[in-house]
Structure formats: structure tokens, C-alpha cells
Design a binder for this molecule. Sequence first.
Ligand code: KG4
Ligand code: ZN
Length: 333
Amino acid sequence: MLVLGIESSCDETSAAVIKDGREVLSNIILSQKEHTKFGGVVPEVASRVHLKTVVPIYEEALEAAKVTLDDIDLIAATMGPGLVGPLLVGLTFAKGLAFTKDIPFIGVNHMEGHLSANYLEHPDLNPHHISLVVSGGHTMLMEVKSFGEYTMLGNTIDDACGEAYDKVAKIMGLGYPGGAKLDKLAQKGKKDAIQFPRALLKEDSYRFSYSGLKTAVSLYIQKLSESELKEQLNDIAASFQEAAIEVLVIKTLKAAEDKNLNHISLSGGVAANSRLRSMFEERIGDNQKLFYPSIKLCTDNAAMIAAAGYFRFQKDGAGSLNANAVPYLKLAK
Ligand code: KG4
Ligand code: ZN
């Protein structure tokens, strides 16, 4: 079964073709550069770039997969959460293709897409497992009971982890988006140089908080001269990263223990983080197993959307062409 995926929820325009939910035939991703000068994503600009690029990106995805639209069995497009204008561009385009060619269509939850990047690459991941989804907009710890069945264990009460990375990177003068750049600097710094707060670590809950950590880094940097900041940049990055990541790792491992589940999946843009991966590997129990997607499938891409569409279709059948963009679409209560 061939699935065409379309993703346009934020500032990546992407189209992909996957086979039988497990094999990526193509995954074309255009990361919009237009937002760099604004220091963040401008929704209206993102919509216009999606409009301009969605058709060529889709054509490139078919060509790279060596298929035509007539070969496609299902079209899956992100319907939320995300920015309403950008979502509408990809969703409307995908629905138009499906309607014209009478191909089954399915609207996909972007977060289910992130999670499904693991199903795409790891057939041995137990469908009943603990999942940490960490992106620019979300920090979610869930018990996944089976595909599409989620219990939300904890969420962030303020900023998302990726959002904190981007904001701290901006304060440090690294530009936007800064998560991956900060990660690179952190690898050269001393992670115990500065003690930044581990929010809600002592609280017996799965909740997260990142606004205090961001403020703590900001206040620390305000006290430094320009030359001191330059000198300490790697150490600040490493110390921030250690604080941001440690809470995720400790709470996720505790959830796995509490729920007696030994498979853990990571996904979302922050799952690309080097320290998140290495700290999990250091602290994970002998009877536990960690799964995460390859770097390209962590950040926004259409292959993960096609995968989620494939597994949803197996479970519930095709969706409706009435599917609309839902900016705050929920995955679980
Ligand atoms: O999943 P994603 O591509 O988009 C959303 O759905 O939000 O995640 C983007 C987020 C950004 O905040 C970006 O800074 C962060 O993921 N990110 C990273 C790394 N690579 C991307 N954060 C920390 N370390 C990285 N290596
Ligand atoms: Zn995302």
C-alpha cells in the first residue's frame, strides 16, 4: 500500500511517499528560511511560502519515489495542531488531490505523526509503551496503549521544551531556530559549570515546566559582559541542556517503572538532541529498551504523517474530506 503524506503545520513544507507503513520511498522537506530575519515563524509568511512550494515539493516526492499519483492508495495530510494558515494550505491541497482522483483521504494529528516516526523505523517497538513527545510546541509524556489509544500522563504547564531551547538560543545570540545550534555548543561545554533549576523535579507528578529555566538563563546572561558571555557560551549551553534534559529523562523513566512498561519511545524535534539520547542510554534499566527515530524523522517531515495515516487507516478506515484545520487539535485528554 502506497501512502502520500503532506505536512505544512509550521515552517516545513514536506511531501513523502511510504510503502506499507514501514518503508520510506521519498521524503522531501523544505525548511523555510524566510523566518530567520524575524527571529521566529511569521504565520502569514509561512502560509505564502507553503502556497508557492507545496506543488513542486509534492511533484518531487512522487518523482523521487518513482511513482505517479495513480499508484497512490491513500493521501494523508496534517490537520492540526499547528498554525491555521499553513495547515490549510497542505490540507486543502491534499484533499483536492484525493477528491479529483477519488483516492481515500485521512487527516492526521501532527503529534501522532511524530510518534509514528518510531513505527516507521522500529517494527519491534511494543505498541503498549511509554512515549515522550518533545517538540517546539509540545512536551507530552503518554502511555500508549495501542496505536491511537493514549493516556496523557503529563504535559508542560508553560513553555514547551523545544520552545525553551529556541528562546535560550535567541538570548545567547544563536539566531532562530536555535535548538540544534545550542546542542552543538553544549557538546563542547561543561554541563556542571552552572547549576540551573530542574523544574518540578521534586514534585511527584509527570508535569513539566520550562519558563523558569529560560528566565534563570536569561538573568545569568544579563550579568555577564560581552567577553564573559563569549567565554562561557559553551558552558551555559551545556548547563542549560543538562537541566532541560534531566527532568525529561527522570520523569520518563519513572513513568515506565510506575506503569511497568519496558519500551520507551522518543519523538519530536527535541528527540534529535544528543544529550537526551545519551542521558537515556546512561540511565535506562537493563530490562528497558529505548527507541527514537533517525534525526531526519525527528523534526517535521511528511513521512511520519504518511506513517500515522497508514496506521490510522488500518484501524479506522478512511477519513472524511470534510476534515478541517484544527490549530489546537488534541491527541489525548
Ligand atoms: O517537531 P519539530 O520539528 O516542530 C514542532 O512540531 O514544533 O520541533 C522543532 C523543535 C524546535 O524547537 C527546535 O529548536 C528543536 O525542535 N530541536 C532541537 C534539536 N533539533 C531540533 N532541540 C534540541 N536539540 C536539538 N538537536
Ligand atoms: Zn512537529
